[in-house]
Design a protein around this ligand. Structure first.
Ligand SMILES: CC(=O)[C@@H](O)[C@H](O)COP(=O)(O)O
Length: 257
């Protein structure tokens, strides 16, 4: 089981709800992924009117936890206000905190992120901060009261997969007891398996499933990859070695002439 802020979850895959070809495909993909948490952007809900209401009813019908996010926010003020509105609208104190610092890479502004996280944890929020893979930022976010971290593996929507395995490995190694969810930039199930093999606790993704030719099948494939990587990590993986070692016994082999 995965435990996040005291909530036990039977899945290690978190799914975004944007960009699916249709609401029906989104619903089927969520089911196929077996996720227990979906992220929802407050901005989308605020689109309001009929489509906003419909979307919210659909999300509620999924029977999973909702993790609202502050996608699209660029300042501390904007992110804090968005989080407070999300708490009222979605009736949850969970917030995925995004404070974007660069338009091209959608890289988080880690300084603003730490400031916003401190304000929100003091206000009782359970903050899931979307961060870079930086050790010092991780330390500051923990000091600010975050109990879960969400390092990126590549820019949002890029599908590049883990760009800096060294940094991810270092993060995992320095904070072995902090739940960490690798978020954004995954393109294929093998990327998910790779980061789970490093010992991360979960994966959050959206684009690679929503934009797949068959989002439902891709959601199922990611679910299997996440579980496979997690199982492998705890099964004791063989370390790579430079020499060849026969995998079949050489002693007592039959000699044919
Ligand atoms: C849904 C969500 O929260 C995204 O902002 C998230 O970071 C996913 O990134 P990808 O779309 O690259 O999977």
């Amino acid at each position: 089981m995965l435990t996040l802020y005291g909530t036990e979850l039977s899945s290690r895959l978190l799914l975004g709800t944007a960009q699916y070809p249709s609401p029906a495909i989104l619903m089927d993909a969520v089911k196929a992924s077996e996720t227990k948490i979906v992220t929802v952007s407050l901005r989308r809900e605020m689109a309001g009117g009929k489509s906003g209401d419909k979307f919210w009813s659909l999300i509620q019908s999924l029977g999973v936890h909702v993790l609202p996010n502050t996608a699209g926010c660029h300042t501390v003020k904007e992110a804090v206000l968005t989080a407070q509105m999300a708490r009222d609208i979605f009736a949850t104190d969970w917030i995925k905190l995004e404070v974007i610092g660069n338009h091209d890479t959608l890289q988080p502004d880690v300084f603003a992120l730490v400031d916003a996280a401190r304000i929100l944890t003091t206000d009782g929020f359970k903050v899931f901060p979307y961060m870079t893979d930086d050790l010092v930022v991780a330390e500051r976010l923990l000091e600010a009261g975050c109990e879960v971290l969400m390092p990126w593996c590549a820019p949002i929507g890029s599908a590049l997969g883990p760009l800096n395995l060294h940094a991810l490995r270092a993060l995992r190694g320095h904070f072995p007891d902090v739940p960490m969810i690798v978020d954004a930039g995954l393109g294929r199930p093998s990327h998910a398996a790779t980061v789970m093999e490093l010992g991360f606790d979960a994966i959050l993704l959206n684009t690679a499933v929503a934009k797949a030719a068959d989002p439902v099948a891709m959601a199922a494939a990611f679910a299997k990859a996440v579980d496979a990587g997690h199982m492998a990590c705890h099964a004791g993986m063989l370390e790579p070695r430079d020499v060849a070692v026969p995998s079949t016994p050489v002693i007592g082999k039959a000699v044919f002439s």
